[in-house]
Design a protein around this ligand. Structure first.
Ligand code: C5P
Length: 401
């Protein structure tokens, strides 16, 4: 994901310094080349050696070091990265940045850097809420710095509140977003994901094993490309991707209502949800008692959400469906594309190994109306999502499907 990218990780002196080591590992694992610069106080918490070993690069500590100045100056260091991440960023570092002070290696680099800078504050809650920090934060935002707000919770100083370094996965995701071309900026997209639950008594329901992974990958990648993303999700055990608005629903009727309310303002809608085709005709108010005779439930058809979106589609909106098939994949999917008035359909062959429910990989065919279908190799769901958005983007800019 970060192959060929260069990140400068600036570390200032707070108790969260130890978390920067794990963040560095995430960047390195994703293929980035990382250079670390530490303030003097940061070095009191964790030694530069840890970061040197993890990054496989020398760690910058001093502004006027004979050795490092001859190898790579602070100005060169500032030119080098595609992204600067400051984690943890202390109140002191933020104050210096807001004032334009350059009195050590890190702050000097920051004045000379041209790459986007992601500031991840971590401090005591009182310091975070202090009017001076608030003012500095506003100044930093005005100056174009991106802020990853701290999380709330139990702090190292034994107090409760905001000030904990943001979750590393959220910092990582924000970094990815800053490194991804914003090809969906200004676009609103809606994605449905997961199964639906059709209850026939308060504790029992009809459902299916959809994990929601494909839909969540689509939401994550769209947010990474700077779209405004709403994810209408059935019950799944996945965290909402950062930068995505999630609407949680249970039944197909709830999913339909949520989607219909939001559909008109969307530039693209991708329906990955495994919507139950049927719902019980009756819902028992009480738990159905166990009995020797057994019992039967009558099911009636649910509305086809995608088909109704196809009927009311505003001009220019791109509508994408999914087709999970076990036979005649192409013919069945193409038939759905026409019948439901879609622009694209993504067909997966459930009989193929590595494709479908619950997995992190998928193998799909993307079928449009006019162009030849595209057969994709087995790849991660994130990669499939990239391929789908590439095609949606082409359609949004007036290309053929
Ligand atoms: O016709 P079939 O259910 O196979 O079509 C699958 C596509 O239709 C998926 O994109 C799914 O999200 C959508 N769908 C729907 N409402 C239903 C059933 C399926 O929107 N009731």
């Amino acid at each position: 994901m970060l192959q060929g990218k260069s990140i400068l990780l600036g570390i200032s002196g707070g108790i969260a310094v130890y978390k920067a080591a794990e963040l560095l590992r995430l960047f390195v694992k994703a293929g980035a080349s990382v250079h670390v610069v530490m303030t003097e106080n940061a070095q009191r918490f964790v030694t530069p050696l840890t970061f040197q070993a993890l990054s496989n690069n020398p760690v910058g500590c001093e502004l006027f070091s004979m050795q490092s100045e001859s190898q790579i100056s602070h100005i060169q260091k500032a030119r080098l990265p595609d992204l600067v991440v400051l984690a943890p960023a202390t109140a002191n570092l933020m104050a210096k940045m807001a004032a334009g002070i350059a009195d050590d290696l890190l702050t000097t680099i920051l004045l000379a850097a041209t790459a986007p800078v992601l500031v991840c504050p971590a401090m005591n809650v009182k310091m975070w809420e202090h009017p001076a920090t608030r003012r500095n934060l506003r100044t930093l935002t005005e100056l174009g710095y991106k802020i990853e707000p701290p999380a709330s919770g139990f702090l190292a100083c034994q107090e409760e509140g905001a000030g904990r370094l943001a979750e590393l996965c959220d910092i990582f995701e924000s970094a990815l977003r800053l490194l991804t071309p914003p090809t969906l900026a200004g676009r609103s997209v809606l994605i449905s994901a997961g199964p639906t639950r059709e209850y026939f008594d308060p504790v029992r329901f009809l459902s299916n094993p959809s994990s929601g992974k494909m839909g969540y990958a689509l939401a994550r990648i769209a947010a990474r490309r700077s779209a405004k993303v709403v994810l209408v999700s059935g019950p799944v055990s996945l965290d909402c991707p950062s930068g995505v608005e999630r609407v949680c629903v249970a039944s197909a009727l709830q999913m339909r209502d949520a989607i219909v309310e939001l559909s008109a303002q969307q530039d693209a809608i991708v329906m990955t949800a495994a919507v139950s085709d049927y719902r019980p005709s009756e819902l028992s108010a009480q738990k159905i008692k166990k009995s020797a005779e057994g019992f039967s439930v009558r099911f009636e058809p649910n509305p086809d959400i995608l088909a109704s979106l196809g009927q009311t589609k505003p001009p220019g909106q791109v509508l994408v469906g999914f087709a999970a098939e076990t036979q005649n994949v192409f013919e069945n999917a193409k038939d759905k594309l026409i019948r439901k008035n879609l622009d694209l359909i993504v067909a997966n062959d459930l009989a193929k190994e590595g494709a479908g429910f619950g997995l992190d990989t998928n193998q799909v065919k993307i079928i449009g109306r006019n162009r030849e279908p595209i057969d994709l190799a087995l790849m991660t769901k994130d990669e499939v999502a990239c391929e789908i958005w590439d095609r949606v983007e082409r359609l949004l800019s007036g290309g053929e499907n």
